[in-house]
Design a binder for this molecule. Structure first.
Ligand code: NAI
Length: 304
């Protein structure tokens, strides 16, 4: 069973994708009375017509998390136009600490996938509050950043999005780090196909495009929910997929004691292996800047 805490825009869209892809039973939890039950009913009606026989439940009671293999947390405040993800730090840290205690109580053996922003700091709070091993608590940010980078590159290159292999790591925030050195079009290095100026433009737009979507439609949820679903499926089907995820570092990339986006092998145990890259130049600068921002953010939080 896959549970989703937070049945708002991202949570309910994720539920819809999981049902349409027929991945597993889905439980939705939220604090708003009626909301998760209403979402579950609506999704069940859709499922019945598309021939999916998964159980879909909505509840205001955290005990519904019992039996979850995977819990996805999208609960908390979302940024409004003009806000950065980091502006949500203090308020969402309190929400995530309380949600994490419930997850540890009712789904102690689950893999916990964090989504709430600021993503990297919230993943850290969830890891420390649950006391789960580090392989079982990780976050979705890079998958979304990567989908935005790929879309922009496909616009520049006029090639199918499906031909682009890209990687975005680092902070899921102002210092997100698209990696042109590890991006190719079916194996052809990106730098063979675009000028440095075009690549820099694409990186800059990748960092800013979420704010544009939020300014225009108030939130982003289709692309995030798809990114989460890819991670859920990698765990559920033990795919051993190499994906960018927010993971806890203990010496990798010269860092310890923070969660940040890195490439990792994702399978049934969660984060099965972090892949170490030898970053250089602007890519290293951007990654290190994100790490410093995160260290400062974590230092400003009360102890968990
Ligand atoms: P939303 O406002 O539509 O939904 C959030 C839901 O969380 C609400 O229904 C609210 O009632 C619920 N909630 C609040 N406290 C709760 C608690 N203690 N227990 C259970 N439910 C609780 O927000 P949206 O747009 O779905 O975004 C959710 C979060 O995901 C935000 O923090 C947003 O910034 C983040 N986000 C992260 C992305 C990423 O790439 N990591 C991408 C998009 C959004």
């Amino acid at each position: 069973m896959i549970s989703i805490v937070g049945s708002g825009r991202v949570g309910s869209t994720l539920a819809m994708i999981l049902v349409l892809r027929n991945v597993d039973h889905v439980t939705l939890v939220d604090i708003i009375p009626g909301l998760p039950e209403g979402e579950a009913l609506d999704l069940s009606h859709m499922a019945s017509e598309v021939g999916v026989d998964r159980r879909i439940i909505g509840s205001n009671d955290y005990s519904s998390l019992k039996g979850s293999d995977i819990v996805v947390v999208t609960a908390g405040l979302a940024r409004k136009p003009g806000m950065t993800r980091m502006d949500l730090l203090t308020k969402n840290a309190g929400i995530i600490a309380s949600v994490s205690r419930e997850v540890a109580k009712y789904a102690p053996n689950s893999k916990l996938i964090m989504v709430t922003n600021p993503l990297d700091a919230m993943t850290y709070v969830a890891l420390k509050t649950t006391g789960f091993p580090k392989n079982r608590v990780f976050g979705m940010g890079g998958m979304l950043d990567l989908s935005r980078f790929k879309q922009l590159l496909s616009d520049y290159l006029h090639v199918s999005r499906g031909s682009i292999d890209a990687l975005v790591i680092g902070e899921h925030g102002e210092s997100m780090t698209p990696l042109p050195s590890y991006t190719s079009v079916n194996g052809i290095p990106l730098r063979n196909l675009l000028s440095d100026q075009q690549i820099d433009e694409a990186i800059d737009k990748t960092r800013k495009v979420a704010a544009e979507v939020i300014a225009k439609k108030g939130a982003t949820f289709y692309a995030p929910a798809n990114g989460i679903s890819r991670m859920v499926e990698a765990v559920h089907y033990d795919r051993k997929a190499l994906l960018p995820v927010c993971a806890y570092l203990e010496g990798e990339y010269g860092l310890s004691g923070i969660c940040i986006g890195v490439p990792a092998i994702i399978g049934a145990s969660g984060v099965e292996k972090i892949i170490q890259l030898d970053l250089k130049g602007k890519e290293k600068e951007s990654f290190d800047k994100g790490a410093s921002t995160l260290k400062e953010a974590l230092a400003s939080l009360p102890p968990t």
